[in-house]
Design a protein around this ligand. Structure first.
Ligand code: GLU
Length: 411
């Protein structure tokens, strides 16, 4: 199943539950605009390579289109459309005045030199410039993009437009108009929610809980730190090259050092090596998919031991697997809620840029916590009220917020 079909199944499930007017479903089944962009880059050897870039502006009922840009070899229109749709739901779940969008380039960024990465980004930014702006569409980092890349986009956008628009992207470095706390926000948001869920689900000391984390990028590694500080034991971690496992718990400081020096957690000594697939089935209480889409499927869902899954990645669980997990009584904190801390602090960054007034890290984190907990309470309440999963409940909450603002009689 392609990711967009996956997203549409989720939409229809929630819409059916609340008997949403069919006209709204028709409206939400298509993005407002899909933009395909040519991204020519001068490579280090002097040749020109032309990459495929995309931006999907899905829905702006609640505010400017908002969502990341990813650099990855599997990027295509269906994937970006699905991710843009999920952003539409996500911003509505956490109740921020932003819509949904997503973009990216089909490229393996690991094959680019630093200079090629910068030239590709600047070329992409020039192609994107007519379509983005702080009141129109606001990109941000996503898979294999970061603050430095965002700063190049601002710079190039300024050159094209002749004036600086700081809020044109978020996730910028702090010295270039970024927000304190943005780099840790995705994991922090998920962490606040998980603490609430732990209280509801586990009747035991948190120090006895074991965790596996798939993906050791920004979201996964920060989550590992936060959970370790709380006393939980991280027993398995993986990155794109594979994973490591230790029933005793992994030494995180060592793991980070190995990853930084040798490029992968799999270079760690004295631990059991496991594959990314095996990591999902390890005997743990909490599983954190923090990598890519479509990891938990009909094939492996029944083998999952965790009672709680925290989706820091977007789209890690496909709809078939969702049904299985539901029947097994597994609590899935869905992506559109679990990883919404990132876009929430992106919105705070955008606000700070608009007002030219910058907040302390404590203020950012306390406002983030407030937003996440309010969303959790709302979604938890709806899941109890309708007797459905947290995912369907999150979709219900978002659909209500969005459709309330659409006046069908104006169409
Ligand atoms: N890429 C992140 C996401 O999937 C953040 C998007 C943003 O900050 O706009 O939620």
């Amino acid at each position: 199943m392609n990711p967009f079909e996956h997203a549409m199944l989720q939409l229809n499930k929630a819409a059916d539950l609340i008997k949403l007017d069919y006209n709204f479903i028709r409206l939400l089944e298509k993005p407002d605009r899909t933009i395909q962009l040519k991204v020519p880059v001068k490579m280090d050897n002097g040749s020109i390579k032309v990459f495929d870039g995309y931006r999907v502006q899905y829905d702006n009922t609640l505010g400017p289109y908002k969502g990341g840009l990813r650099y990855y070899q599997s990027v295509d229109l269906d994937e970006v459309k699905a991710l843009a749709f999920w952003m539409t739901i996500k911003t509505a779940v956490v109740d921020i005045p932003m819509g949904g969008g997503k973009g990216g380039i089909k490229v393996n960024p690991k094959e680019l030199s630093f200079g090629e990465l910068e030239r590709m980004t600047r070329s992409f930014a020039r192609a994107l410039a007519p379509f983005i702006g702080s009141n129109v569409d606001v990109p941000a980092p996503d898979v294999y993009t970061n603050g430095e890349i965002m700063a190049w986009i601002v710079d190039e956008n300024t050159k094209v437009k002749g004036e600086e628009d700081l809020g044109v992207v978020t996730g910028k470095p702090i010295e270039k108009g970024g927000s304190k706390g943005r780099d840790r926000a995705t994991a922090m948001g998920g962490f606040y929610l998980l603490q609430e869920l732990i209280e509801k689900v586990f009747n035991q000391d948190v120090k006895t809980l074991r965790v596996a984390i798939q993906g050791f990028g920004n979201a996964g590694s920060v989550m590992a730190d936060l959970l370790t500080e709380l006393g939980l034991k991280i027993v398995a971690v993986s990155d794109s090259k594979g994973g490591v496992y230790s029933t005793e718990g992994l030494n995180l400081a060592e793991l980070k050092k190995v990853k930084a020096e040798k490029g992968s957690v799999t270079e760690m000594n004295d631990v059991q090596k496991i594959s990314n697939e095996e990591l999902l089935e390890v005997d743990v209480d909490i599983l954190v998919p923090a990598a890519l889409e479509n990891q938990i499927t009909e094939e492996n869902a029944a083998n999952i031991k965790a009672r709680v899954i925290v989706e820091l990645a977007n789209g890690p669980t496909n709809p078939g697997a969702d049904e299985i997990l539901n029947k097994m009584g597994v609590y899935v904190l869905p992506d559109v809620l679990a990883n919404a801390g990132g876009v929430t602090v992106s919105y705070f960054e955008w606000q700070q840029n608009q007002e030219n007034d910058y907040w302390s890290e404590e203020v950012v984190l306390s406002r983030l916590r407030e937003k996440m907990l309010a969303a959790f309470e709302d979604v938890w309440g709806k899941s109890q009220e309708y007797g459905v999963s947290l995912r369907t409940a999150a979709f219900v909450s978002a659909l209500k917020r969005i459709t309330q603002r659409i006046d069908l009689s104006q169409l």
